[in-house]
Design a protein around this ligand. Structure first.
Ligand code: PLP
Length: 467
């Protein structure tokens, strides 16, 4: 957003509401911010589900023709409108050309995913050589761990978050077993301090400093899926490598959300999925990164024909001529239909920049935070009034677009009422809602509609509790 560049969100909102002569909670503020949002046209590039089409919404409570309030792009990004055309083009090509489609027409299949990798590399701050699109996220994590996790009696631990995403937890656990070690001893899991919800950078660095000699791999997420905390990847990488560890990141919730500089930070390896902020559709093509410095030293443990140099790949002489770096980790030819959906999304990213998205994101999420503080803070004068606490760090440098809201009441009922009114968000039992304003397609008005709906639902729930 060009708007008041360099100001904090609080200052921006103060100025806008003063200028308009209204409260920061007025719809006028949201509308003004939307009018001044240069990224606003991107919303038109996506399908926004209609309230009427969501089976969870209640026809008696919503105007079915209205777009739903979609705040769950951290779980599944929306469909870019261009996907269908690209998929149809490939179906036609297949119908018309059959096997010749491998080499001919738009997106020759042998090169399909590679044509997207420049855009992908830009989003994660890598060089083209450092990135490959392939497989699913957990598969890529395994492939990378097979090469980077080589435990010895002295150095056998993997450092990760105690509340790592289950798939990452299982992947690390099984890698440790595969190497003949015991997860009880080799999985070093870091928890927040008692009474705290997020990890302090100083504590992460401290554990690395103290235990680093026995740690083989530091495997963190870039953005924590539950709390929304954005970790200081540069500092973690530096600290881990100083102690002789490899440092890798799962960027599932960071890619397309935070500004990443994998190359400059010197990160050893990383992997990510593309169906969250990258909008490629469920099960979309995942990404993997190995830093250039390992180009000739780190080899894949498992190989396949797609890791063979392209020039001689189809000579079929069964003598492996491995591509360097992450490219040697490619196993199979990639599913072309998944390439299409990812292409449609990456083309949208290429029309803007992560810096521009991030500028809007900071204001959009800050606006959500501001309204929550304003309207739903704990009020000592009204002890029965439900209130909301934000678990996600308040420092914009330590979060992406998601806010994780913790409610003073059990929220299954609140969640269901929100769904009935056409809000799409995410519930984590017992009391956390994850709310995710995505700068590519969410508007300030979306946030305002969400806050109003939430206010109505909470007011109704405290009424019914009193009754
Ligand atoms: C979404 C997510 C996954 C999902 O893994 P898939 O292999 O894509 O099914 C794994 N790890 C993290 C941290 C995630 O956020």
């Amino acid at each position: 957003m060009e708007l008041f560049q360099g100001l904090t969100t609080a200052e921006t909102l103060r100025r806008v509401s003063a200028q308009l002569g209204c409260s920061p909670a007025s719809i006028k503020v949201a509308e003004y911010l939307d009018q001044h949002d240069e990224l606003r046209p991107f919303r038109e590039k996506f399908y926004i589900p209609k309230k009427a089409d969501l089976s969870s919404s209640d026809p008696s409570l919503v105007d079915g023709t209205e777009e739903c309030i979609y705040l769950v792009g951290n779980s599944l990004g929306l469909q870019p409108r261009a996907v269908r055309g690209y998929v149809e083009e490939q179906l036609q090509k297949w119908a018309k050309l059959g096997v010749q489609g491998h080499m001919e027409g738009p997106r020759p299949w042998v090169l399909a995913e590679e044509e997207l990798e420049e855009a992908m590399a830009g989003i994660v701050g890598a060089t083209l050589e450092e990135v490959a699109l392939m497989n699913g996220l957990t598969v890529n994590l395994h492939l990378l761990m097979l090469s980077f996790y080589k435990p010895t009696a002295a150095r056998h631990k993997v450092l990760l978050e105690s509340k790592a995403f289950p798939s990452d937890h299982y992947a690390v656990e099984s890698q440790i077993r595969l190497r003949g070690f015991d997860p009880e001893e080799s999985m070093l899991m870091l928890s927040p301090r008692p009474g705290e919800e997020t990890l302090r950078t100083e504590d992460i660095l401290d554990v690395i400093e103290k235990e680093g000699d026995s740690i083989a791999v530091v495997m963190f997420s870039g953005v924590q899926y539950y709390t929304g905390q954005l970790f200081n990847m540069a500092a973690i990488t530096e600290a881990g490598q100083r102690k002789g560890c490899y440092v890798g990141f799962d960027l599932a919730h960071a890619v397309g959300n935070a500004e990443l500089k994998l190359h400059d930070w010197g990160v050893d390896f990383a992997c990510w999925c593309s169906y969250k902020y990258l909008n490629s559709g469920a099960g979309g093509l995942a990404g993997a990164f190995i830093h250039q410095k390992h180009r000739d030293s780190i080899k894949p443990a498992l190989t396949g024909w797609w890791g063979h140099k392209i020039k001689t790949r189809f000579t079929m002489d069964n003598v492996m001529d491995l591509r360097p770096g992450i490219s040697g980790f490619r196993l199979s030819n990639q599913p072309i239909l998944l390439v299409c959906s990812l292409q449609a999304s990456l083309e949208i990213f290429s029309m803007t920049s992560m810096q521009a998205l991030r500028r809007k994101s900071i204001l959009l999420t800050g606006y959500l935070e501001h309204l929550i503080h304003l309207l739903f803070s704990q009020d000592p004068a009204q002890p029965h009034k439900p209130y909301i606490r934000i678990i996600t760090p308040s420092d914009p440098e330590q979060r992406g677009c998601q806010l994780s809201l913790s409610f003073s009441i059990h929220i299954r009922e609140v969640f269901q009422q929100l769904e009935k009114r056409g809000v799409a968000c995410d519930l984590r039992e017992p009391s956390v809602l994850r709310i995710c304003p995505v700068p590519l397609y969410n508007s300030f008005t979306d946030i305002h509609r969400f806050i109003q709906t939430l206010g109505a639902v909470l007011a109704a729930s405290s009424q019914s509790e009193k009754a």
